[in-house]
Design a protein around this ligand. Sequence first.
Ligand code: FHN
Length: 588
Amino acid sequence: MRKPTGILLLVVFVLAGTTWADEASDQRLAWWREARFGLFIHWGLYAVPAGEWKGKLIPGIGEWIMNRAKIPVTEYERLTAQFNPVKFNAEEWVAVAKNAGMKYIVITSKHHDGFAMYRSAASKYNIVDATPFRRDPMKELAEAARKAGLRLCFYYSQTQDWYEPDAVGNNWDFPDESKKNFARYLENKVKPQVREIMTQYGPIGLIWFDTPRNMTREQSQELADLVHKLQPQCLVSGRVGNGVGDYDSAGDNQISVGRVRRDWETPVTLNDTWGFKKDDSNWKSPAILIRQLAQVASRGGNYLLNVGPTAEGVIPQPSVERLAEVGQWMKTNGDSIYGSTANPLPYDLAWGVITSKPGKLYLHVFEWPGKELVLSGLKTKVNRAYLLAERGRNLSVKQQHDAALDHHELRVTLPAQAPDARNAVLVLETAGQPGMDTRLQQQPDSTITLPAYLGKIHGDRPQLRLDGRGVVERWVDPKEWLSWEFQVSRAGEYNVEVITSQQKYGNGWEGGHRVTVSLTDPEVKGAIGDDGRLENPSNPYWPYVISKLGTLKITKPGLQKLFLKPETIEAQKKLGLTLVAIKLAPKQ
Ligand code: FHN
């Protein structure tokens, strides 16, 4: 008799605990979900060498120079004498963020080099005690941010600390792993410093821990608990490790696809580095930034865009200019981003992406169709349509339902020219919550795109999986395959293209796999060859490769099933079949 009661109590307790934890995260996340857009700042001693050490340019990201050039602590710490950012002006930095339409700032309080960018009693290796500057820039930023109504947040590197013998990462000064005591480093430096940043600067929006590496679940939990104990409303980023953060973090510069289950954020660089590097001028265009911001919001995430100020304390002008352009766009179109939620459809559209709010859909049109925009799948009546750039002018709308195919189609008459060629936002006000037909379906331009992330995986304990970008990884076993179900509205002959992804920066791609793409009946076979490169429209880092397989005939409209089955997979480079999507386009 007693045992079941005990178990019951335990279950109730665990469930109650879970609900409580979720509710607490939910409350903390309220401002952050509203914000959607933040400024990341990587600023530290590494801005002094700015990518160059002893006359040599060091490849890789700027804030990693100590690690990449294996600079001994005794040499690196001498940079403190040169670090005097006299041009630093907290109000100017905050104004840059505010003008961009950003609502929070996340700045490195301590990066992997171990140097604290604030007054720290726990370590003399900090900007106030160890540099001629002697000021605490975090204090100045906290005040400026508060005045401007932005939330200040801190980045803190909790495992890697190349200054400390007990921490992770410095194996050139401290090669003997057996002497390292990570728990001691956590107790002696991390926790005291986390306490400091949580108590010296007023309310903090979030702590952005990074590279959890060897953290045990208990250690991650202890850090999260410490933050929440000191400031119950402060968020903890997913990179605290072991899934104990309040929200998830996508990989660097990765834009997650499809429906993401938890709240998430992606950190993106304006050029290629995070910390300032004098030879990095690979700036992303405002068009890409505006597009990425909308894409991230359309998948329910936050966009954290990074600048790397110089050792003098100046945010590089090309960054300031790009942020100002995004800010201009936000002034007109911010309603479609702030407080928005994900696209109710599980896929992107040929012309762009969708964000939503109660009773509203925001169509972010990257490719202006001219004259008319057609959207499939909206079941609810549209009361009003207008462009955010021309709010006073209602656009004419036609809605149709093909009962035989159960196909909903909406047509909006547009001005011939887009009010903004990078992203013009069209608002649809619906009668109540927009209801969508979420089945994958043929688009109004007659193309059918079957994204890998919506495919069903088959095989005996399949190894293949989707990475955060929606690209298939570890597809090296030809016995594993994918299938999709989708609605077709027009029969006909279709060209079949298989789109795969290259590695980051276009470094590496593997082809030569033989595959069969088949519908329930007809099929097309062929090799995955390099028939053309395609700029990845959402991310310049991972370009695509198109393979033209031939054609497939769809004999009648309605529900179709498509199978992608490999016969052989080349996996010498260990990349395998890095599928992004299959595209069917009408044969002309
Ligand atoms: O190693 C760091 C890197 O220097 C930078 O801080 C990025 C930002 O997301 N985080 C780590 C790598 O993921």
